[in-house]
Write a protein that binds this ligand. Structure first.
Ligand code: FES
Length: 156
């Protein structure tokens, strides 16, 4: 039986190292993250060791190696958002969730990632919560937002 990863692999030619990043992106778009089994399978397909693939993939900060939380927070740290205070937002998210970018909490509720531009530069700093944009966000808004989101998940 074919897995979703096998179906994606069929679109590519084996042994082409230049396809590695687009291939990993497509698998992650489909599965939400790159599991260890996926890395092994892709390594065999492309002809690279798993160590080499992890090394290359971790260079690109968009790849995730653990499943995302139920609430996925993305914080834009692109130039405009940076100039508008995104670092204070990043610090506050760490403080509130205890997580580093790319991590998922043990309770599976939150994960967060830092991204480079979400196309809303005039509204920075921008945070997205499961795809919903929160423009002009301020650090002091985050504790309440996190509390509400946690409540929704825990009482769902
Ligand atoms: S730099 Fe943050 S949305 Fe563009």
């Amino acid at each position: 039986m074919s897995t979703e990863v096998d179906i994606i692999l069929r679109k590519y030619k084996p042994g082409r190292r230049e396809d590695l990043i687009p291939l990993l992106q497509e698998i992650q778009d489909d599965n939400g993250y790159l599991s260890e089994d996926t890395i092994i399978k892709v390594g065999a397909f492309i002809g690279l060791s798993t160590t080499k693939i992890y090394g290359l993939a971790t260079f690109y900060d968009q790849f995730r190696f653990v499943p995302a939380g139920k609430i996925q927070i993305k914080i834009c740290h692109g130039t405009t958002c940076f100039l508008n205070g995104s670092q204070a937002i990043i610090n506050k998210i760490k403080e509130e969730t205890g997580l580093m970018p790319g991590q998922t909490g043990r309770d599976g509720i939150f994960s967060y990632d830092i991204v480079t531009c979400m196309g809303g530069c005039n509204n920075g700093p921008v945070v997205s919560v499961n795809g919903e944009y929160h423009p002009h966000i301020k650090p002091e808004q985050l504790p309440e937002l996190i509390r509400k989101l946690r409540y929704i998940i825990e009482n769902d």
